[in-house]
Design a protein around this ligand. Structure first.
Ligand SMILES: Cc1cc2nc3c(=O)[nH]c(=O)nc-3n(C[C@H](O)[C@H](O)[C@H](O)COP(=O)(O)OP(=O)(O)OC[C@H]3O[C@@H](n4cnc5c(N)ncnc54)[C@H](O)[C@@H]3O)c2cc1C
Length: 526
């Protein structure tokens, strides 16, 4: 196969680069070693940053976030919710930080404003009455799964091609220039070769691995962040703690759920991150200081994501050998900005670019800068249009649509409701599932879940996974033998998220679900 550009990585950055390249008329192929969003893009808070969180310590990132926040609200409105956000000071927080934050935001043009605590407590009744000061910022929440798929669909509509389960294992070069890549299907070992003129490394925390295939060292360290998900929103705005960044200092309402994050721990291993029970305890202990009711609220899942720490090696060098874990101590203070490397200029390998770091919020800007660099190299002038053209959301999709969905269900004759609603927690209908099944290239429950939110509610797919599998089977998309593997793969992944939060009602429900699968379906015998 031949193409002009190969993009490695099906996360936010790769998807953004893919769409931008296609919009500027380049022939592009995206290779992803697993499913879309299987890296950090599927393991974050889903916060569309206003920039305020970085205003004090990382003003460049803050400025970029603020600009992109406004643009993403324009081009991707159906997959976000304009929740707004508050920074709240508790009595134990540094009293001067609220003023420092306000000054930093204003100097960057972020419209932060102090609001009366009584008004905030009236609006958000579950907040702690210990709040001393409150600052409003234009934070929002975003569905990363839909955002990324919309970028992919936009690129595909323009002729771009996406291949999932294609892991790049070799980079071909000749006379100081990239000429192609070899990829394998990790499930079968089958090999694929693609010739290209340009190669974009958007492999997130694996970007260093990709660069090493070309003999280049990117020198990135990693930090793991763990998060927990509650089964109800409790608040309708993003809630940040008004103090220097620390553990458990942010709540993001996400659809019908609430996400609490995060921890920051330097790690060497980037594959398959999982939260430790101690991290869950730490998050819950901090979180209840802002929202006391979280103590009694059901936690339905925990998960972890890895971020690359840019500048970590420099920080370690500056701290000296007597501070061996400088990057751990300062992980939150290191830049959350992005790194774009033209390896032609830096490493004498023309046609090869690496883009990593940054945030989900800044994915579009990162893509724009990357494609600008490619266009410069080619000597073509098409300018970026991703900030103006709205992303496609193919069916009547809206994030946090439970209320609307309830109204629709009220119109279905009650006898038909059980046949119509496949996922009761998220009120996902059979029609929505079938619409998405028709478009799937790869048949996995994770893919269906991320496209429709089916299985993302309190039972975490425990009850609807067999129904989703049956629908895939009924439509002839999978065979009976495949159905069992698909269901088991989903349950194994699901278990990883549920294991660290098994107590109270979640434990009771899990025992019921386990009995259902083992005693009724006999799934453990297959
Ligand atoms: C705990 C945590 C919370 C966060 N919260 C937020 C937030 O609320 N808001 C925000 O804006 N940002 C947030 N971020 C940052 C944000 O999630 C990331 O910056 C962003 O998702 C990175 O996207 P990416 O595409 O660069 O990387 P990834 O999403 O990791 O994508 C890289 C892809 O490359 C693929 N890949 C790797 N190697 C190969 C190979 N050899 N061949 C083919 N494919 C390969 C991987 O499978 C993966 O899918 C958070 C980060 C963390 C860790």
């Amino acid at each position: 196969m031949k193409t002009e550009v190969v993009v490695i990585g099906g996360g936010a950055t790769g998807a953004g680069v893919f769409r931008d390249l296609a919009l500027r008329g380049l022939e592009v192929v995206l290779l992803e070693k697993a499913d879309l969003t299987s890296g950090t893009s599927g393991r974050n808070h889903g916060l569309l940053h206003s920039g305020a969180r970085y205003a004090v310590y990382d003003p460049d990132s803050a400025r970029e976030c603020f600009q992109e926040n406004a643009l993403i609200k324009k081009i991707a409105a159906p997959c976000l919710e304009e929740t707004g956000g508050f920074f709240l000071s508790l009595p134990e927080d540094p009293p001067e930080y609220a003023d420092t934050l306000l000054r930093a935001c204003h100097s960057l043009g972020i419209p932060a404003k102090e609001v009366a605590v009584a008004d905030v407590l009236h609006q958000e009744t579950k907040l702690s009455p210990r709040v001393k000061r409150a600052i409003w910022v234009p934070d929002a929440s975003v569905d990363p799964f839909r955002l990324i798929r919309a970028n992919i669909e936009a690129g595909e509509n323009l002729g771009g091609r996406v291949f999932l389960h294609r892991q790049v294992v070799e980079i071909f070069t000749a006379r100081g220039k990239v000429t192609g890549v070899k990829a394998i299907d990790p499930r079968t070992g089958e090999e694929f070769k693609i010739q290209c003129h340009f190669l974009i490394n958007a492999a997130g925390v694996w970007a260093g691995e990709i660069a090493r295939l070309a003999g280049i060292n990117l020198g990135i360290l990693f930090s793991k962040g763990s998060l927990v998900v509650f089964n109800q929103r409790l608040v309708n705005a993003v809630i940040n703690r008004c103090r220097p960044p620390a553990n458990g200092d942010i709540f993001v309402p996400h659809g019908p759920t609430l996400i609490l994050g995060t921890t920051s721990q330097t790690v060497a291993q980037v594959d398959d991150p999982f939260p430790e029970i101690e991290e869950v305890d730490l998050l819950l202990g901090e979180g209840e200081k802002m929202i006391p009711q979280t103590k009694e609220t059901r936690v339905i899942r925990a998960y972890a994501g890895i971020r690359p720490l840019l500048g970590a090696r420099e920080a370690e060098r500056e701290a000296g050998p007597e501070t061996p874990n400088a990057s751990e101590a300062d992980g939150r203070r290191l830049s959350r900005d992005f790194l774009l490397v033209n390896h032609g200029a830096q490493d004498q390998l023309r046609g090869f670019f690496s883009i990593c770091g940054g945030k989900l919020t800044t994915y579009r800007l990162m893509a724009e800068k990357t494609v600008d660099a490619v266009m410069d190299e080619i000597g073509r002038k098409e300018s970026c249009r991703t900030a103006e053209i709205p992303l496609p959301f193919p069916w009547e999709y809206s994030f946090h649509a439970l209320e609307k969905k309830l109204l629709k269900i009220a119109q279905i004759p009650s006898a038909n409701v059980p046949q119509e609603i496949v996922c009761e927690c998220e009120l996902v209908s059979k029609k929505e599932i079938l619409q998405e099944v028709g478009k799937l290239g790869i048949f996995s429950l994770k893919e269906l879940q991320e496209r429709t939110r089916a299985g993302m509610g309190p039972c975490q797919g425990g009850f609807c996974a067999p129904r989703l599998t049956a629908l895939l089977l009924e439509t002839g998309k999978i065979t009976a033998a495949e159905a069992l593997t698909i269901l088991k793969n989903f349950l194994e992944e699901r278990w990883k998220g549920i294991r660290p939060v098994l107590w109270g009602p979640q434990l009771r429900e899990e025992q019921l679900i386990q009995a259902l699968y083992t005693e009724f379906f006999n799934l453990d015998r297959f």
